[in-house]
Every structure is written in C-alpha cells, then in structure tokens.
Design a protein around this ligand. Structure first.
Ligand code: SAM
Length: 285
C-alpha cells in the first residue's frame, strides 16, 4: 500500500454536445486510475467516443455509504479517481457531495475540473439579471405542493433557477403564472447544446401560451429561470395604482389586494398597504 494518497478529481462532462468536453477533462479522464460514474453504460459511451480506456467504477452498484468507503479506500491506497456524473458538473443536482466531504475529512486532495452545467449555461443565455441568483433544483412534483412552494418564492428578489422534466414543464409554468403573475419575465431553456435547443425569454403568460400551442415542445430537458420580484417604488407606479383602484371599486380591500397580487406578482401585504392609502386619499378628496 502506497503511503501517498491519491487525488479525487471532480470532472464536468458535456450536457449534450460532446464538443463541449474540455481539454483538461480529457487529460484527467485519461490519466486517472479509475473513473467513478453514476451509470457506467452511459459513461462508457462517453469514454469510448474519446478513445479513453480508463476503468469505470459504478457508484450505483453499492449503497451510498459503501460506495463512499470504496472510493475513499482506493484514494487512501494512492489511486487517483475522477468522479463524473451522467451529464454536466457532478454534485450539481447529482450525487457526490458525501464522498467529497469524506475526502476532505481524510485530507485527500480534491481537484475540480470545471466545464458545462445546465444551470450556468441557461443563466448565460437567458438575458435575466445574473449578478445574484438562487438555484432551486427540481420543484415538488405535485400541483398543490408545487404551488405552495412557488408562492413562498414570490417575493424573492434574485433570479430563481429551476430544473424541470418534460412531463412536468407545463404544470410547472401554469403554477408559476399563478404564483408570480403573468407579467413576470422568465426563460425556458430546453435541450441546450443539442439539436433541438430552444431558448425562449418572455413573460410567464406568453411562455404558458407557447407551451399550450406546442411552440415549445414538451420533450427533452429543461431549465426554467424566473426573474426576481420587481423592486417597484409602488406609490410611484400609476398603472399599479390604477389596477388596484379598479379592484377597490368592486371588491373589499383584502380581496382587491389578493387579486392584484395574483395579476402582478407583487406581495399582497404591500398591496394591502397601498390600498389603504388609496382609500384614505379617496375619502379626503
Ligand atoms: N449535473 C447537471 C448539471 O451540471 O447541470 C444536472 C443534473 S440533473 C440530474 C439533470 C437536469 O439538468 C435535467 O433534468 C434538466 O433539468 C437539466 N439539464 C441537463 N442537461 C440539460 C440540457 N442540455 N438542457 C436543458 N436542461 C438540462
């Protein structure tokens, strides 16, 4: 047994277009003793494509703890390992963080080899603010839980990034319209780097129309970005005051605020306060 421990390389691989592999990723995958992959059949195709013959080890063949231990034992015995996932950057909505943590605990060197990730790829092409964003991964699958979850994000000021699947994208957009309002800007990034890549940036209402009209096919892989809540100086927005004023002509304040919130995506408590001011002004006029 060698008294020098190996290195754990965390290697990003393409999310579709194989030309996106980096020169460094190829070198590392070639030179390590083992490549640890989620699905060895899938990753064997990647390695074969690039003529790489490094032995593959599946981290699905064991339960998670056994797997971490197997990898750590190999590293402690001096073997260098590259960890890859089925696509993109390992650990980003993919397994691996436990083995990375265990490696740090054993003072094994961990080296990231950066490359594609659907999250960053979508952010780079969406045209929404990217100085601050939150990554939410996959939202809940079922409508009621998803709507509750999205409503909690309504006042988030940063751009919100979600991963979605083809059979849930339509329901997700329907719920996003309710939670954030039809006017909130959003982007659907579908099949990025692949033949049928589609990147659509519109209001949520327009994206909903395009999905319903099948202009955005419900096939393939999806990232959805929703722009953060607007920083409106509400009292200076004549349009907002007009909408809320019209609601107040027909409805009690609480309902008027709630309905205006659904339409605009603005927090209903803030609209309630604005409604109070509008009512007070109407009385004093
Ligand atoms: N580790 C990956 C990464 O770095 O992006 C993410 C893995 S996660 C299990 C898979 C999800 O990523 C898909 O369901 C989809 O939401 C998103 N995704 C992956 N590749 C994509 C692509 N080419 N276009 C759009 N979304 C993609």
């Amino acid at each position: 047994m060698s008294n020098q421990t190996g290195t754990l390389f965390i290697v990003a691989t393409p999310i579709g277009n194989l030309d996106d592999i980096t020169a460094r990723a190829l070198k590392v995958l070639q030179q390590v003793d083992l490549v640890a992959a989620e699905d060895t059949r899938h990753s064997a195709q990647l390695l074969t494509h690039f003529g790489i013959q490094t032995k593959l080890l599946s981290y699905h063949d064991f339960n998670e703890r056994e797997c971490d231990q197997v990898l750590i034992n190999h590293l402690l015995s001096g073997k260098n390992i590259a960890l890859i996932s089925d696509a993109g950057t390992p650990l980003i909505n993919d397994p691996g963080y436990r083995v990375v943590r265990a490696a740090h605990q054993h003072t094994i060197r961990v080296v990231p080899v950066p490359g594609p990730s659907a999250l960053i790829c979508a952010l780079s092409a969406a045209g929404v603010p990217t100085d601050k964003f939150v990554f939410e991964g996959y939202p809940p699958e079922r409508h009621a839980a998803r709507l509750r979850y999205l409503e909690q994000l309504r006042d988030e000021k940063r751009t919100i990034v979600f991963y979605e699947t083809p059979h849930r994208i339509s329901g997700f957009i329907d719920d996003a319209v309710v939670a954030f309002g039809i006017d909130r800007q959003a982007t659907i990034a579908r099949e990025m780097t692949k033949k049928f890549e589609t990147i659509c940036s519109h209001s949520l209402g327009e994206l909903q129309n395009q999905i319903q009209a099948n202009k955005i096919p419900q096939k393939g892989e999806f990232v959805v970005l929703v722009q953060g809540a607007p920083d409106i100086v509400m009292e200076q927005s004549p349009e907002l005051k007009r909408i809320l004023g019209l609601m107040l002509d027909e409805l009690p304040l609480k309902q008027a605020a709630a309905l205006t919130s659904k339409i605009t995506g603005i927090n209903k408590n803030e609209l309630y306060d604005l409604g109070l001011k509008i009512q007070a002004k109407n009385i004093s006029d």
